[in-house]
Design a binder for this molecule. Structure first.
Ligand SMILES: Cc1ncc(COP(=O)(O)O)c(C=O)c1O
Length: 473
């Protein structure tokens, strides 16, 4: 691509993105297409000759936008509603331009050093102690996998060298999570060859928080059975309800039994930058590791997950392997990202986070998160006051779990009713909700986390929900 053409389309595409955000309110949040619709419009074979950029760009509106579920729509309230931001998008653009592979310090000093400094800023903003050192991975699933691998390294069973299969000398390694923990922990256990049998799910209390007494009993029982407990994963902000496990009660158990405490704060970690929410990380000052996702609630485009770890030496011991062609004169003095994970090449992700933090400042980021929590409180107050609706769980942050429970409906019909309401809202294209099951009951989730969501959007989805309830009556 010649310089002038690059300039022209670069400017055009930035204008296109700005216009996209101007008109996003009018687009259907959920892609209004059927499976296979997009594929049917695309040629099955690649173009033999290059095509003009005009034609490629015109296909954005014709083909791509209609097939998008608009995560950046201010009425996207599903899953954990997340959004990118202007400085984050510009950061991504630069990352693509530099195209650094940050595997060694010398292959990208900027990425290596910016990552260390930016993650230290984030650590300070979250009120975490200096013993926790940050490293960036793509997702929380991968961050947690690396934390559990480091925890496994600490048991000194020569697993790195000898593996786990065919080893009668190896006891069953146990890792504990609550029944509400994210599926990524189970996937990590599968991937690391520990096997699903290694994962013990501990019951939760009425507010969906891990029951620390049940955890204590489970550890004792496993030890008596000759198993080897090695790790507990506590969740600060569970996926279904954003419940917060009692880390201050879990921590002493981990210390008593020498278990690695990993905290999954993928969603809620960002809220700790708001001084009045900092207490959600109580107890984490002695955790061995903690994951938080700026791509969830810190206005940073996907993907960017941060693992804070107190034992970088163990993480390195689990993963470092340096062939001749990667040796450098400065390797003893600097950090090489590839020593701390599965990947060799690593994207220059720190750049976008650095730009986001600088652009908004700690205060600006905290103000937005605080506002999301206020909007969630407001929505929850409407649910609480309405005779036809009920809250299904506490809402410590910006996620509200609720369902319709109007008089005249049998309890057994409420799941179908709520499902119909959710599908009605989603099919309207004016908002997007998702669901979970709590105590066997289908529950609607309204998650607020988009940088453009205002009170008007939250009022609109409440009206929409009530319209759908009237229709379903
Ligand atoms: C508590 C929790 N942990 C982990 C994850 C996985 O996040 P990622 O998509 O970054 O792997 C999620 C996703 O929603 C989550 O809610």
């Amino acid at each position: 691509m010649e310089r002038d053409e690059f300039r022209r389309f670069g400017h055009e595409l930035i204008d296109w993105i700005a216009d996209y955000f101007d008109r996003i309110d009018d687009l259907p949040v959920l892609a209004a297409i059927e499976p296979g619709d997009l594929k049917a419009q695309l040629p099955a074979a690649p173009p033999e000759r290059g095509e003009p950029m005009e034609r490629i760009v015109s296909d954005l509106d014709r083909l791509i936008v209609p097939a998008l579920t608009h995560w950046t729509h201010p009425s996207f309230f599903a899953y954990f509603a997340t959004s990118t931001s202007g400085p984050g998008i510009l950061g991504e653009l630069l990352t693509a331009a530099f195209d650094n592979k940050a595997m060694l310090w010398r292959t990208s000093p900027a990425s290596t050093e910016l990552e260390e400094v930016t993650l230290d800023w984030l650590r300070q903003m979250m009120g975490l102690d200096t013993g926790l050192i940050g490293i960036i991975y793509d997702t929380a699933s991968v961050s947690s996998l690396h934390a559990i691998a480091a925890a496994r390294e600490r048991v000194e069973q020569r697993i790195r060298e000898d593996g786990m299969s065919g080893r009668p000398d190896l006891p069953l390694l146990r890792i504990y999570v609550s029944e509400q923990a994210h599926s990524s922990i189970e996937k990590a256990v599968i991937t690391l060859g520990l096997g699903q049998r290694a994962l013990r799910k501990i019951p939760t209390d009425r507010e969906f928080r891990l029951d620390a007494r049940a955890l204590a009993a489970a550890i004792e029982e496993d030890k008596a059975a000759g198993h080897l407990p090695f790790c507990v994963v506590a969740t600060v902000g569970t996926t279904s309800t954003s419940s917060i496990d009692p880390v201050p009660e879990i921590l002493p158990l981990c210390e008593q039994h020498a278990l690695w405490l990993h905290v999954d704060a993928a969603y809620a970690g960002s809220a700790a930058i708001v001084p009045e929410f900092r207490s959600i990380l109580a107890g984490c000052e002695r955790a061995d590791s903690l994951v938080t996702n700026p791509h969830k609630w810190l206005f940073t485009p996907f993907d960017l997950s941060v693992l804070y770890c107190r034992h970088m030496d163990l993480l390195k011991r689990a993963f470092s392997l340096v062939p001749e062609y990667l040796k450098t004169p400065e390797q003893e003095k600097v950090r090489s990202g590839s020593d701390y994970g599965i990947q060799l090449g690593r994207r220059f992700r720190a750049l976008k986070l650095w730009m986001v933090i600088r652009y908004f400042g700690h205060e600006g980021l905290a103000a937005r998160i605080r506002e999301h929590c206020r909007l969630a409180d407001l929505f929850a107050s409407w649910v609480e006051e309405a005779a036809d609706w009920g809250l299904m769980a506490p809402h410590p942050l910006a996620l509200v779990c609720f369902r319709a429970c109007p008089a005249g409906f049998a309890e057994t019909d409420l799941d179908a009713l709520n499902e119909a309401i959710m599908h009605g809202v989603n099919a309207s294209g004016r908002a997007l909700l998702s669901h979970t099951k709590l105590n066997g009951k289908l529950t609607l989730r309204l998650s607020i986390g988009n940088i453009r969501t205002t009170e008007a959007h939250v009022r609109a989805v409440w009206s929409l929900l009530n319209e759908q309830l009237e229709k379903a009556r």
